[in-house]
Design a protein around this ligand. Structure first.
Ligand code: PMT
Length: 426
């Protein structure tokens, strides 16, 4: 079965008799672990009621209006509603099934005259459509051209199938069977960009014990690192995730090593480094540890307590200077001079790439990003032979979305580096 665990998927339904099959699509996506929201055109509601999809998805259904920003729901009193931009950002993928000739035409020409088309225009999610229409409409050159336009714009087209149609004719135009839509949708999440490569990813905080019940820690939740681990797995990599304490569950099909302290993380990273192609250090590793960990709970005796700290080794620098050095990607969590500090760390720690994120909370304009948030905004620098040779910004987005974008960038830069190194040694 396809694994859609934690994937945010919008099932968009347009007017067509195949709309009844969307109920099965939604049910199976949910069974496979996806979070599903349903968007319908007004025409679709004439075939199946929004209530059916609301019951299946467990959420209000968004029914588009002929307006740019407005929408209505089958349950207008629901407070968990989202505006179309929120919905566009929320989605990892949008699958339009069934996709009518009319909606395909609108999308091909950039129209935004209902919620569904507006959403598609506003979203950077994976976009797919499963055409469903009468065979003559399907054969029409206009429809064919519109589908070509969408495919050229990186839409994935699933089907159509051929066979008996609802109108009694036989030919091409039937919506693809749900199991085939699910299979194709599952493939969209797997890019193959890191096929067969071995990655070590560190995530989460480290805890430095003070005594048997207390520790020094930080606010890292592990979300960024876990999202990168999942994106790398979907890109075909063999992933080892080394994680500090986190409330997140270990992702499936990944080698998972749980550690607590920086020294445990160091040991886990170094002992897995053989055959590692890429090391991504998203963990917030403690720079210091307690010099002498008390063996018994420290008692409240005086007004002050002094803890003596000793510096931890910088794990990423050890990796970057290791004899079998992988491609090394660091993060820089900064509260000030974000860009300058990140550039400095890239060069000083001898990294191939650094991903800077602003973790200050001083600006009221700054949205909730960085530590312990679902969202982040990033600026990436990459280097060749110790010189910064490129940069790229990633605007505010969910960490799962950013992780996919980062993995694509890392895969490209890793391959560039490898082919340049091969040329140098030829
Ligand atoms: O976990 P989340 O809640 O999702 O938050 C994500 C995050 C903010 C923790 C993440 O995006 C991030 O920025 N991680 C790195 C945080 C950090 O400690 O940055 P730093 O600037 O102190 O360290 C720079 C780099 O050196 C990092 O790659 C770090 O992993 C590494 N390092 C640091 C210290 C040390 N002793 N060993 C290291 O390897």
């Amino acid at each position: 079965m396809n694994n859609f665990k934690n994937k945010n998927i919008i099932v968009a339904i347009t007017g067509g008799i195949a709309a009844y099959k969307s109920a099965d699509l939604i049910r199976r996506l949910i069974e496979a672990g996806a979070n599903v929201r349903v968007v319908m055109t007004q025409a679709a509601t004439e075939f199946v009621t929004p209530l059916t999809f609301q019951a299946l998805s467990g959420h209000p259904v968004f029914v588009g209006k002929q307006s740019d920003e407005r929408y209505s729901e089958s349950n207008p009193g629901d407070t968990a509603s989202m505006k179309h931009i929120d919905l566009a950002r929320w989605a990892d993928a949008i699958i339009i099934a069934p996709a009518s000739a009319n909606t395909i035409a609108k999308l091909a020409h950039g129209r935004a005259d209902n919620l569904l088309t507006t959403l598609c225009l506003a979203s950077e999610a994976i976009k797919c459509f499963a055409p469903a229409m009468n065979r003559v409409m399907w054969d029409d050159p206009g429809t064919q051209e519109n589908c070509t336009i969408l495919r050229d714009r990186h839409w994935s087209q699933f089907g159509p199938d051929s066979g008996m149609q609802a109108c009694g004719e036989v030919g091409e135009g039937r919506m693809l069977e749900v199991k085939d839509i699910l299979y194709s949708l599952g493939r969209c999440f797997r890019s193959g960009e890191l096929q067969g490569l071995n990655l070590i990813i560190s995530a989460g905080p480290t805890y430095e014990a003070i005594d048997p019940v207390r520790f020094l820690g930080n606010r890292s939740s592990g979300r960024m690192g876990y999202a990168i681990a999942e994106a790398a797995r979907e890109a075909g990599a063999n992933v080892t995730l080394i994680s500090g304490p986190s409330h997140l569950s270990a992702p499936e099909s990944i080698d998972f090593i749980a550690i607590e302290s920086a020294r445990e993380m160091q040991q886990a990273v170094l002992s897995n480094l053989d055959n590692c192609h890429i090391y991504i250090s998203a963990a917030a590793v403690s720079d210091y540890r307690i010099e002498d960990i008390a063996t018994q709970k420290i008692k409240k005796t005086g007004d002050q307590l002094t803890l003596k700290l000793t510096r931890n080794e910088d794990i990423i620098s050890l990796v970057a200077n290791h004899k079998t050095r992988p491609y090394v990607v660091g993060f820089a969590a900064e509260t000030e001079n974000v860009i300058d500090n990140a550039r400095d760390k890239l060069v000083r720690k001898n990294l191939d790439m650094i991903i800077a994120n602003d973790v200050s909370t001083s600006s009221t304009e700054k949205p909730d990003i960085g530590f312990n948030s679902e969202y982040n905004a990033l600026h990436v620098f990459y280097a060749k032979d110790g010189q910064i040779c490129g940069e790229q910004s990633f605007d505010l987005a969910r960490k799962s979305r950013l992780a996919k974008q980062l993995i694509s960038l890392i895969a490209r830069q890793f391959k560039n580096n490898r082919s340049e190194n091969e040329k140098d040694t030829a």
